[in-house]
Ligand binder design. Structure first.
Ligand code: NAD
Length: 470
């Protein structure tokens, strides 16, 4: 409890004037104190970001590319230390936590070399018309608790490459790794270009209403995304919203159950199900329903749930007490609705927020576990007979982040995948993302895209430069 972290404001580590405790979900006990930004801290960070934007930073592409390389190196050098913090505050296994930080360092390196698009629209005797991309200004980056470092870096990379400056605020459940990232990158970044504030939800709300902010890049839940869009409206701030999902996976009768089951299992339960694009509803053709179900329940029985610091842990705890309560509530609701808990279904008696992988059958549309985003270790498995009906059920939702089709016929799978109403439609896999592959949702799952050239465009304004000739 004696570990105290600082904000990063204008290149300085700034001690908090007030604090809140950060809990290790594996023990349920607080282990560190996070500074809780005041309005004054926020104003200072915004002013620093605005000042930094007005420097050569927004005009000197070479400086920015060099900075991204230095940031990548600085982050990679601290991967073990920051990864350990991710494990302590988020709960995931240590190897996965360190892997998240190493992956984040690679993402920064990728952006150092990404092109900023520039189009020659017309060139003739009369005019030369060029379309250029200009940075927007100060970006508010607001992130959730499931992949605290990865989600932040997915914003920092394109925002900085294109010449913006950033004020970032991580989730109050997992703030320390972002603050440690700020401290680690401090010497690699010109003062004020990146500012990181610890803070509650309220600080996020202040940020989205702050007059300095020109762009809000948000990853989090649908209800918060809607609030942010409302807050942005008055000032016409640009928004990118990466929101929740309730991804369906549809398994056709021509699969080999033993082969697909492990991929389905990890598609649903990676990071203890706390992945925006995890499989959250599994529709299995009745011909293979029993073998797929029994292979999944067997995997659920075998998997090692525990403290992420233990080397043999495969699944850590649920990240926080409200989410832990929510997962239990959804399973109890499914039971009341007549569902059968095939495996799991009760919290482990330890002090942390441990809930083992839980598979529920006998539920369908109208039951909360199917209709809502569970974001945890509980999966409904639903048999179907008619494929059209399975797609209709899969698409009958406000969500539209990811989805997948599982079949022995790849070409047919690619066709069928396009019937899913979502931003990413996988075939025979789920969760596979890439720094150069656009990622985002349709319907309530979001607005805009992250990653690759599409993500870069989200941090730019288009400007036409139209020069007369002759
Ligand atoms: P959340 O919406 O509760 O919080 C996310 C962030 O928003 C936190 O930093 C929080 O402090 C801040 N915040 C809360 N209220 C705010 C307000 N009124 N104004 C501004 N900021 C505010 O989400 P969470 O519970 O931390 O994360 C889980 C959700 O995130 C799930 O729905 C998950 O699917 C989603 N998610 C989406 C993606 C994606 O890329 N689409 C990735 C990861 C997680």
């Amino acid at each position: 409890m004696d570990i105290t972290y600082s904000h990063l404001i204008d290149g300085e580590l700034v001690a908090g004037r007030r604090h809140f405790e950060v809990v290790n979900p594996a023990t349920g006990a607080p282990f560190a104190r996070c500074p809780d930004a005041t309005r004054e801290d926020l104003d200072r960070a915004m002013a620093a970001a605005a000042r930094a934007f007005a420097t050569e930073w927004s005009r000197d592409e070479g400086l920015r590319r060099r900075t991204l390389v230095h940031m990548s190196e600085a982050l990679a050098a601290k991967a073990d230390e920051i990864g350990r913090l991710v494990c302590l505050e988020q709960g995931k296994p240590l190897a996965a936590a360190v892997g998240e930080v190493k992956g984040a360092a690679q993402i920064l390196r990728v952006y150092a070399d990404e092109a900023i698009p520039r189009d020659l629209l017309r060139e003739d005797a009369k005019a030369r018309v060029t379309l250029v991309r200009k940075p927007l200004g100060v970006v508010a980056a607001i992130t959730p608790w499931n992949y605290p470092v990865a989600t932040l870096v997915m914003k920092l990379g394109p925002a900085l490459l294109t010449g913006n400056t950033v004020v970032a605020k991580p989730s109050p459940f997992t703030p320390l790794s972002s603050l440690a990232l700020g401290a680690a990158l401090r010497s690699a970044i010109p003062a004020g270009v990146v500012n990181v504030l610890g803070g509650s939800d309220e600080v996020g709300a202040w940020m989205t209403a702050h007059p300095t902010v020109r762009k809000i890049s948000f990853t989090g839940s649908v209800p918060t995304g809607k609030k942010i869009m409302r807050a942005a409206a008055d000032d016409l701030k640009r928004v990118t919203l990466e929101l929740g999902g309730n991804d369906p996976a549809i398994v056709l009768p021509d699969v080999d159950p033993a082969q697909v089951a492990p991929r389905l299992f990890w598609g649903a339960f990676t990071n203890s199900g706390q992945v925006c694009v995890a499989i959250k509803r599994l529709y299995v053709h009745e011909d293979v329903f029993r073998p797929v179900l029994s292979a999944l329940t067997e995997l659920a029985r075998q998997v090692k749930v525990g403290d992420g610091l233990q080397p043999d842990t495969q699944l850590g705890p649920i990240n926080n007490r409200p989410q832990f309560a929510r997962v239990q509530e959804l399973v109890e609701d499914a039971r009341r609705a007549g569902g059968t808990v095939e495996v799991g279904g009760a919290a482990l008696g330890s002090p942390g927020y441990f809930y083992p992988p839980t598979i529920v059958t006998g539920v369908g549309e109208g039951v909360r576990l199917v209709d809502e985003e569970q974001f945890g270790t509980a999966l409904p498995v639903i048999p179907y007979r008619d494929l059209d009906d399975a797609f209709a059920q899969a698409n009958r939702t406000h969500y539209g982040l990811g989805g997948s089709v599982w079949t022995g016929d790849l070409a047919r799978g690619e066709e069928l995948a396009q019937r899913l109403e979502c931003g990413t439609a996988w075939v025979n896999q789920h969760l596979n993302l890439g720094a150069k592959i656009p990622f985002g949702g349709v319907k309530w799952s979001g607005i805009g895209r992250e990653n690759g050239k599409w993500g870069i465009e989200e941090f730019c304004e288009l400007q036409v430069v139209n020069a007369a000739r002759g």
